[in-house]
Design a protein around this ligand. Structure first.
Ligand code: BYC
Length: 474
């Protein structure tokens, strides 16, 4: 469905036909722009950035590329086309026609899911706002800004649902989304990972790889929702999310490639002397970001998740492709738990184990991506690869919260943990070292010494294309 760009808020939902909603969203818009100017990317608001903008929501050619100043980006409301005769794919209402309006009895939980999803979007922009100053190239700078404007659009996506379907409390929640701040002690963002700092570009690539990937799995589960407007908006968001994951995975991959190149060139594991990032520091960053992101799936056993599922609000990853009864009243699921100093497997009702089911899909995806990173290392002729730590490592939510689990899944004493923690998670010195490498590179086609150039440019452009122009003077 084409997007109407002639309106103040671009959309493909016939906003002009609903004057009340249109006015409400137009009243929210200045607050968003104000938030963007205060909390969006620092210093580069006047630069021309080679961005893609959605022009239609079908798979072919939805993106249009051109120079845009970020505050002029056309944030708007884009839902994937409705599917004819779509039925609720799971839960107690399985097989009934999908809801076009909010089912009254599920109003509160549905609003909460939408608010939680919406809250992550501006949070990530806030976390990344300082990174422009130290970008390793114009190519990376542009990718950061593309991700940032799209996270802004994902906020619009959730705000549209709140305004269109939840009346006054929806509007209040939409306002509150602009007031919480990542890392703020008094008014923090809702989920843990979104209050962490993203202080350097290695952290950023890890975040885009591991934390955005949680986004992929959560959005895919919400894309199965029986509440059709939510399903449709998440389906379109997923098409944008793919680029964010590309930025993360290829970014980490390029750091690894450069490290391997320096290892071979200088015949050493310690490439920090030559301006690279040692594999063992990369491993510690993986351990940190992966464990923070695992927490985002919630507790292994969750009645909240069971209720979302039974109510038909939030499904599993690829729910419709699964070959079971889509109600899960009598099936079980394997859950790991720490019991008496060891990690044991237990069988639990599948309905209560849905957060873990989603986490398992995510872990399998992370394993596949890790294998691609290890291929880079192997092809460089280097023997030692990277690993994902055990799922119980450094968890704050769920069965393993507060339990000291080592990366290889042993339960450690406090004393052992204290002694070994600096081998497992980035130390202050590791972070300082990575920070010391973060010098901006702004000449077209040039890349910082700690990261390899990408294989190709954006939208068939050359690597030395000026992806961001009119840079602020230093
Ligand atoms: N931090 O029953 P439980 C993205 C709370 S990322 C803090 O296990 P539930 C993006 C929980 O709220 C995707 N609190 O939780 C990525 C609950 O509180 P109440 C974001 C947490 O409800 C990068 C209590 O603990 N989308 O899009 O089954 C850049 C009991 O827990 C955390 C979504 O998350 C935590 N990590 O599951 C930009 C989808 N975990 O109710 C964007 C919507 C749990 O007792 N959200 N708690 O007060 C959900 O589906 C669920 O809220 C969760 C939690 C999966 C997050």
């Amino acid at each position: 469905m084409p997007i109407n760009y002639s309106e103040r808020i671009p959309n493909n939902v016939n906003l002009a036909d609903d004057r009340r909603l249109q006015r409400a969203l137009e009243a929210w818009q200045p607050g968003f722009l104000q938030w963007w100017s205060e909390m969006g990317p620092e210093t580069f608001q006047g630069s021309d950035v080679y961005l893609r903008t959605a022009i239609s929501t079908d798979a072919q050619g939805w993106a249009n590329f051109g120079y845009v100043k970020m505050p002029d980006y056309r944030w708007g409301i884009f839902l994937a086309d409705p599917e004819a005769d779509r039925r609720i794919p799971f839960g107690e209402h399985k097989g009934e026609p999908v809801w076009r309006e909010v089912p009254g009895e599920h109003r509160g939980v549905l609003r909460r899911l939408i608010v939680t999803q919406g809250d992550t979007e501006p949070a990530s922009v806030e976390q990344q706002r300082h990174l422009g100053r130290t970008a390793p190239s114009l190519y990376d700078l542009r990718n950061l800004f593309q991700v940032n404007v799209e996270e802004g659009r994902h906020l619009w996506a959730m705000v549209y649902l709140l305004h269109a379907y939840f009346g006054r409390d929806g509007r209040e929640e939409a306002d509150a989304l602009l007031l919480r701040r990542s890392g703020n002690a008094d008014n923090p963002r809702i989920l843990g990972a979104f209050n962490e700092k993203t202080p350097d570009w290695l952290s950023y690539f890890m975040f885009a790889h591991f934390t955005d990937r949680d986004g992929k799995y959560q959005l895919a589960s919400l894309a199965e929702s029986g509440f059709d407007p939510l399903a449709r908006t998440c389906r379109f968001m997923l098409t944008e999310e793919a680029h964010h994951l590309f930025v993360g995975e290829s970014g980490v991959g390029r750091v690894i490639a450069r490290t391997c190149q320096l290892m071979k060139e200088h015949n050493t594991d310690i490439v920090s002397e030559y301006g690279g990032i040692d594999l063992n520091i990369i491993q510690k960053y993986i351990n940190f970001h992966y464990s923070v992101s695992l927490d985002l799936f919630g507790s292994e056993l969750s009645t909240n998740a069971a209720n979302y599922y039974s109510a038909g609000l939030k499904g599993r990853f690829k729910e419709t492709d699964r070959d079971d009864d889509h109600q899960l009243n009598s099936s079980s699921y394997a859950i790991l738990k720490p019991v008496d100093g060891i990690v044991v497997q237990t069988d639990q009702p599948a309905l209560n184990a849905l957060n873990e089911t989603l986490r398992d899909s995510y872990i399998a995806d992370c394993e596949r991506a890790l294998a691609r990173w290890n291929k880079i290392i192997r092809e460089a002729g280097i023997g030692v690869g990277l690993k994902l730590p055990h799922r119980g490592f450094r968890r704050s939510i769920g069965e393993f919260a507060g339990v000291k689990v080592t990366p290889d899944g042993q339960i450690a004493t406090d004393e052992e943990w204290q002694r070994r923690a600096s081998d497992w998670i980035p130390t202050h010195a590791d972070r300082e070292f990575v920070a010391s490498l973060m010098k901006p590179v702004t000449a077209p086609g040039q890349f910082a010494g700690w990261i390899a150039p990408p294989v190709r440019g954006i939208n068939h452009q050359a690597l030395d294309f000026e992806y961001v122009t009119a840079l602020p003077a230093n």
